[in-house]
Design a protein around this ligand. Sequence first.
Ligand SMILES: NC(=O)C1=CN([C@@H]2O[C@H](COP(=O)(O)OP(=O)(O)OC[C@H]3O[C@@H](n4cnc5c(N)ncnc54)[C@H](OP(=O)(O)O)[C@@H]3O)[C@@H](O)[C@H]2O)C=CC1
Ligand SMILES: O=C1OC[C@@H](O)[C@H](O)[C@H]1O
Length: 407
Amino acid sequence: MFPRFALFSVTTAVLAYAFAPMAQRLLFLMPASTAVSKDPSAIKVGLVGAADIAKFAVLWPASRESSVVVTAVAARSVDKAKAYAAKHGIPKVHSNYQELIMDPDIDVVYIGVITELHYAITQYALQHGKHVLLEKPAVFLEHEAKKLVALAREQNKILLEAFHWRYHPAAIRVQELVVEQKVVGSLESMELKASLYDPMASKAEGAAKQSVKLFDRWCYLVDEMHYYLPKDQWDIEIESVEMMPTKMHAKLTATPVESPDLEKGEGGGASAVKPVQITMDAYKDKLEIPSWYVSFQGSNGSLRYDNALFPFIYHKITKPDGTVEQRYTAAANDTSENAVGKSTFAHQLEIFASLLTEQDEWKKAKTNQALWASMIRNAKMAERMVAASDQTPVSSWTFPQDYQMPR
Ligand SMILES: NC(=O)C1=CN([C@@H]2O[C@H](COP(=O)(O)OP(=O)(O)OC[C@H]3O[C@@H](n4cnc5c(N)ncnc54)[C@H](OP(=O)(O)O)[C@@H]3O)[C@@H](O)[C@H]2O)C=CC1
Ligand SMILES: O=C1OC[C@@H](O)[C@H](O)[C@H]1O
């Protein structure tokens, strides 16, 4: 009896010691334990949909921010919105999405509803003068992305596709290492993987929803690919795509359209124009240790970034010389107690808020330009991949007509 108890205690102590930093960082994902007082000029956010994801993306990070306040929510059912508002301390409930969007006391609309409704609701929100934080994937089709971007530009509004993973310092560090410092040398191949077991996936995701539901995972891989290939210099050819309800496997080749290395004579030489082979794998049905990484192979070796989706819990950047880097801390000038564990969602909200208050119009335009270009690239690639896999393209719904439709 005693040895068993001792073994249990020792094991618990070792596990607690090993996982304590992770647990501590996870805590920062949760709402602040004491309410942060809000600035009088805080940005007012309204939630379209009483969605689960809104807690992670907006409510909980906002609870730690003095410059952002969630003022209202709307759901398809008023009762659901009321219950959600009561639970999360949201002062105002609207009886439908349209009413919330037209609320003059809201600056930003967060759209956390199903992807089929993104296009129409975002259009509606921009037309009614709201800035939009839009859940990923923004839309399914290139022309829809272009139309939303044109509208955001015309209305002078911020429109951000919520790829939260990008805003974490670890993701930024990997970009610095691979794209700017070229630590792997001339890039030859890239491997992207998203494997997160979902026991309900194969049961719940019937054929009708398959590309929508699978897309909600692999759109990250498309975004990661674009983020780590420098800007617009690549022509991407799809070699093969296989898509099933719970998995996706794709091979692509990215060929530089023009090489800045060659242009500037920076020594890239002929190797800098070699095509990059890209492999993408997304699984929901593989019962394995969750695996979400991007790895780069080049003329100087390889670099692998583990846990690219939720780096704030844990991540590892393994460089060509075998050394490992980790970047949990936020921006260098952020000395707040939350800095260590800031989640990807918190970083994203911070970026969004800073764009809204940016006084330097040129800087703002440049950032918008980059974000919009990536949103269009993502939609274009998704559309092409769906077509290449012989899937029926997913169509966006109209709004408000379709938003009560059973999915
Ligand atoms: N950033 C991230 O980490 C994550 C992002 N997402 C993204 O968030 C979005 C929503 O996620 P998803 O899991 O699809 O959605 P859910 O099934 O969680 O639904 C989200 C909301 O969609 C609204 N909705 C509107 N019309 C319908 C309808 N006909 N059927 C069902 N729901 C409807 C509901 O709003 P109401 O409250 O009004 O009923 C619901 O709260 C997607 O774009 C997804 O990719 C999802 C998970 C994680
Ligand atoms: O955005 C997402 O991230 C986490 C996944 O589990 C989820 O399927 C997806 O929508």
